[in-house]
Design a protein around this ligand. Sequence first.
Ligand code: IVH
Length: 684
Amino acid sequence: MPAPEPARREAERLRQEIRYHDHRYHVLDRPEISDHEYDQLLRDLQELEAAYPELVAPDSPTQRVGGEVLPGFASVAHRVPLLSLDNAFTAGDLREFDRRVRAGVDGEAVEYVVELKIDGLTVALHYEAGELLRGATRGDGRTGEDITANLRAVRSVPLRLRRPAPAVLGVRGECYLPLEAFERLNAEAAAQDQGLFANPRNAAAGSLRQLDPRVTASRRLDTFIYNILYIDPPEAMPATQWGTLERLGELGFRTNPHRRLCSGIEEVIAHCEEWASRRESLPYEIDGLVVKVDSLAQQERLGARSKSPRWAIAFKFPPSQVVTRVTDVTVQLGRTGALTPTAILEPVRVAGSTVSRATLHNEELVREKDVRIGDWVVIQKAGDVIPEVVRSLPERRTGNEREFAMPTRCPECGAPVERAPGEAAHRCTGSDCPGQRREAIIHFASRDAMNVEGLGDELVARLLQEGLVRDAADLYHLGYEQLVGLERFGPKSAQNLLAAIDRTRKNPLRRLIFALGIRHVGERAAGILARRFGSLAALTRASAEELTAIREIGPKIAESVIAYFQRPDAPGLIDRLEAGGVSTAESSGAVLAPAGPLAGKTVVITGTLASLDRKEAEELVERAGGRPSGSVSRKTGYLVAGESPGSKLAKARELAVPILTEEEFLRLVQARDDGAGDDGAGDK
Ligand code: IVH
């Protein structure tokens, strides 16, 4: 049935509204509505498009992430070559560059734009009639790989340009992984006992070269666009680099705000020196600055060498690397049995903290880098998080160094160590390895999983050693008498631990699923599974078809979920979790809403809260049965006002919406545990 006109108009209206909010959120960093409201808009559009498939346009916001896994990447010839840059390492190099530039423009005055040099991957985007048609990697500068499907999944890449858009446009920029996303990705990889990415750049490269765009979408990549490669009509080309950046912003691209127009090379040098120390304050990595001649007419006169333009240069920062000695190489056992070689170092300070161990990732890398026990090595902090060994210094060897050998038996249980074909990691094959069991419980109790406060690595090891627990479910059957019997464990510690365990019994299902430590199931996948299946029982019964039918779940995760629940110990574990009072069904939303203290109420949060971030506060609202919202209206149930509230507070007053302080809000949402009837919060 053809879509009726009102449906067509509504779809277009929704698309425009979503694009507007995408731009506010991903490009301007200034969202206007809550995530919840955004999701609602997207859902409305999805429903409409499902009812009338002909309304689906390729540039619809619902079409960012394709569902198909690609067989490989096609190659694309770039319309204009993507040059790279010559490097400068000192102020002298910059002065030399300036001298050549001025000679090249017959001594005219030259202005420079200085930009941050983002440590990511070059990407080229091609638009026609305002629509994104192709995205490619740089490749060798002439031919790159077609990664359109993956770049569409990067939220700051506009699928459609803001108007008025040129007929044809090619732009160049950098795709990168913000540090926070990198840390989260590696934490998830560690929690899933997988290999870690060495630095954000590698992680970004790995994410962009995924054959499954859903994986790319989950990685939270971002972009900064800095160059117009070609434009039609040609008169639309701005006259300067500064103007280019402004025009790119107007067209809807994300541009980097840290840019500066300098009127001479000395100003450029001062600016570069300032950034060498400021770089640590950025939420992403930069490896230097790029100095560009501002005038495009001058750029044209200067031209290019075979690989790099004469009008630009990269000023590179020295990396934060230090030299120290490897005193030992040990292996670290993960909860699924992976054994990771780890260098034990003579402690050194690098990039602001003391480092005494560094990951060597896997045996192959130890060979490749030729790291021996006793070696002097260069280490660096990648993304200022995980220290890694860059290379060894064989010239400093004395002859007493020893080569590392991967143990053939697990250091914890003695079972044979094996390496599965196609995998980099060696694994302990023991089916009952105490080390794996310890790591599994540590993961279960960790902050992002069940969050059992106070149950750290050492205490887990002791509980296991004393035979008080064998797996995570046993935690929920621990008694006070057993705990006070432990050496150096007083009544207070016992009570605290039991209370901390008790607080996790009502955790949302997604936390429990993540805590089980199913391989490849990170926090995100756990959330998706919880929402889709609603209970652990339903998840254990899920078939591979049901699992892979979920948009974000690929065959690897599906296989691993099924294998987990087929393990002989799985049913027992789940039974004992349930018997121990752990909630194994989704408790938020529909089930609790009618009973929650905020049932049916819309809650707007404004200003900064002292004890919660915005997301946590919104989660509390949802758990109490309410709906978080970003804008105040007559229908708003409560406004929660934190520090320095904005115009929303005034609006709430005007509309006589009840206003809560943070303390009142917390009391109100916690009322659920104390039973109904407690109206602790003052309804003003
Ligand atoms: S301009 C001809 N600007 O650095 C224009 N490059 O070492 C050349 N990069 O391949 C590029 N941030 O991937 C430019 N603001 C920026 C940049 C930038 C990062 C990268 C780019 C390039 C590499 C050169």
